[in-house]
Design a protein. Structure first.
Length: 192
C-alpha cells in the first residue's frame, strides 16, 4: 500500500535529485537508480534499465522522462506531474536567480573554475552510469554483438571525423533485435 503523501514524496525526492545533480540525464541516472531502486524500492533494476532505454528513445530530456515514468508508477498522473516538476524546479529556480542578480555570471573566476571541475565530475558520473548499466544488463550474444558493432562504428566515426547518427544506430539495433526475436518466436511456435 502506497503512503498517502506519495505525491509530496515524489516531488521532494526528484527536487533533491535535480538540485544536487549536475550534467543532465546521464549524470542523473546513477542517482535516480540509487534512490528509486535501492533506497525507496519504487522500481526494480530491470525497470530502471527499461526506463533508461525508453527515456533515451523518446523526445525530451532523459532525466525528466525517467522522473515522469517513476512518478506515474507510484502516483499515476499526479505522481508523474509531481516527479517531473520536482526534477525541473531546481534548474529553473537557479537559472532564474542567476539571470535576476548576476549579469556576467560565468565571467566570475571562482564560478568559471567551479564549472571546469564539475565538467570532469560529470564525465565520471556518465562513465559510472554506463558501467553500471552494462553490468546489470542481461547479456546475450545478440546484445553483445550489437553493442560491439555500435561502439566500433561510433569510435571510428569520431576518429575519422565522420558523422554517424546514434538515432540510426538505435533504430537499426531495434529492427535487428525485432527481426531476430520474430524469427526465433516463429521457429518456437512451429515446434509447439
Amino acid at each position: 500500500m502506497k503512503p498517502k503523501n506519495i505525491i509530496w514524496e515524489l516531488f521532494a525526492t526528484f527536487f533533491k535529485i535535480g538540485l544536487f545533480t549536475f550534467g543532465g540525464g546521464y549524470a542523473m541516472l546513477p542517482v535516480i537508480g540509487s534512490i528509486c531502486v535501492e533506497d525507496k524500492q519504487w522500481i526494480t533494476h530491470d525497470e530502471m534499465m527499461n526506463i533508461t532505454v525508453i527515456a533515451e528513445s523518446t523526445p525530451g530530456p532523459m532525466s525528466i522522462n525517467c522522473a515522469t515514468y517513476v512518478g506515474y508508477q507510484q502516483g499515476r498522473v499526479l505522481g508523474s506531474i509531481a516527479a517531473t516538476a520536482g526534477t525541473v524546479a531546481p534548474s529553473f529556480l537557479i537559472i532564474y536567480a542567476i539571470s535576476m542578480f548576476l549579469d556576467n555570471f560565468l565571467e566570475i573566476t571562482f564560478i568559471a573554475n567551479a564549472f571546469r571541475g564539475i565538467q570532469a565530475a560529470v564525465g565520471i558520473l556518465i562513465l559510472d552510469a554506463a558501467i553500471t548499466m552494462l553490468r546489470k544488463m542481461h547479456h546475450t550474444r545478440l546484445s553483445t554483438a550489437i553493442f560491439a558493432v555500435a561502439a566500433v562504428l561510433l569510435l571510428a566515426g569520431d576518429l575519422l571525423a565522420v558523422h554517424i547518427s546514434s538515432i540510426a544506430l538505435m533504430v537499426a539495433a531495434g529492427v535487428i533485435s525485432f527481426a531476430v526475436f520474430a524469427v526465433a518466436g516463429r521457429k518456437g511456435g512451429e515446434g509447439a
